[in-house]
Design a protein around this ligand. Structure first.
Ligand code: GLY
Length: 340
């Protein structure tokens, strides 16, 4: 039910709560529906929506959607992102469909669309994950062009700056600091760091099937070989077509420790709505790590269920996610947070 329907119901005298107290997220029937992490999700949702509105499959929507972000050069996703501490951009991605088929690539270099390689792993190999040079070799064999490996202009500048101190303190999600954004590149802070890290996208198609995708460059200036949650099925992404789908963003190590996205889906299986399922997973992280240490990081989960409800929750203020369920309904929602 959307706002228009709500007003129609009210006009008919059907009892309804006031519009002010009305939570769109808890309303079932948003179908098709696509949601994704952070503000880059608006453009990604638009691409996914084109697939969904014409009756396409959620799997195609979530691949097409995050490809926009991977290609943007203006994000911490894709080849324009910050490199690891040795100066190489390494990319991680995974994808999962309504049949529990899944594919993943990690530590992949010089390939523009890791999400599409992850899909090929899912569809063309008997495996779930390929990593490093093996993933790259597979991508090339599948016809993906090998890109130059040169850092983007912004990333080069940032890396040179980082090298001055070479301090090993990889940061993720620092938007809470309130530092104004650099003017030249959206989402990049004046010190060159991104304010967030990943795009995770989940969708419900007109046939009622769920799929999800997740893609990232991980932490800027990370140790070479470091992987976060994003390419790990169950951590960065999980889809159960009977129940719902969830994806994560933020400090990957802590998401892995609780199998975050799988936990969110299991919470929904146990009766929670998507928002409460995400909240319970964030609370689990706080109970495992301790509230004091959680102040240094950000983590956000988003989820949808089979009924077309959606929601998200994060550790601290600053996380948002993009929601789209109609041609004129593609908007950002501020994530509720548990630390003040
Ligand atoms: N969530 C992305 C990462 O930790 O790499």
């Amino acid at each position: 039910m959307h706002r228009r329907q709500f007003i129609q119901w009210s006009a008919l005298g059907i009892p309804a709560i006031s519009w002010k107290g009305f939570n769109k997220q808890q309303v079932a029937g948003n179908k098709p529906l696509v949601i994704s992490t952070w503000d880059a999700g608006i453009a990604a949702n638009s691409a996914a929506w084109k697939v969904l509105r014409s009756g396409g499959r959620a799997l195609d929507a979530v691949e097409k959607g995050v490809m926009v972000t991977e290609a943007s050069q203006n994000c911490c996703v894709g080849l324009g992102a910050n490199p690891d501490r040795d100066g190489y951009v390494t990319l991680d991605a995974c994808i999962m469909d309504e049949h529990a088929n899944c594919g993943s690539v990690a530590f992949l270099e010089r390939i523009k669309h890791p999400i599409s390689v992850a899909r090929r792993v899912m569809e063309k190999t008997p495996h779930v994950m390929l990593v490093g040079s093996g993933a790259q070799q597979f991508a090339i064999a599948e016809g993906f062009p090998l890109e130059s490996g040169k850092l983007s202009e912004e990333a080069e500048k940032t890396y040179r700056n980082w090298l001055k101190k070479s301090e090993y303190k990889p940061v993720i999600n620092i938007e809470r600091s309130g530092i104004p954004m650099a003017s030249t590149v959206p989402n990049r802070l004046p010190n060159g760091e991104w304010n967030h890290d990943t795009i995770g996208m989940i969708a419900l198609d007109a046939q009622g099937n769920l799929s999800g995708s997740c893609t990232t460059s991980g932490m800027g200036f990370k140790m070479r070989g470091r992987l976060g949650d994003s390419p790990i099925i169950g951590a960065g992404l999980f889809v159960d077509n009977e129940i719902g789908a969830a994806t994560a963003t933020g400090q990957g190590e802590d998401i892995i420790r609780i199998c975050g996205s799988h936990l969110v889906v299991e919470n929904m299986r146990n009766g929670m709505n998507p928002e409460n399922a995400c909240k319970a997973a964030v609370e689990r992280i706080v109970s495992v790590k301790g509230a004091a240490k959680c102040k240094e990081i950000q983590i956000g989960f988003i989820a949808i269920n089979k009924q077309g409800q959606y929601g998200g929750y994060c550790l601290q203020k600053g996380f948002n996610f993009a929601v789209c369920y109609a041609d004129d309904q593609n908007f950002l929602v501020d994530g509720k947070f548990i630390l003040s």
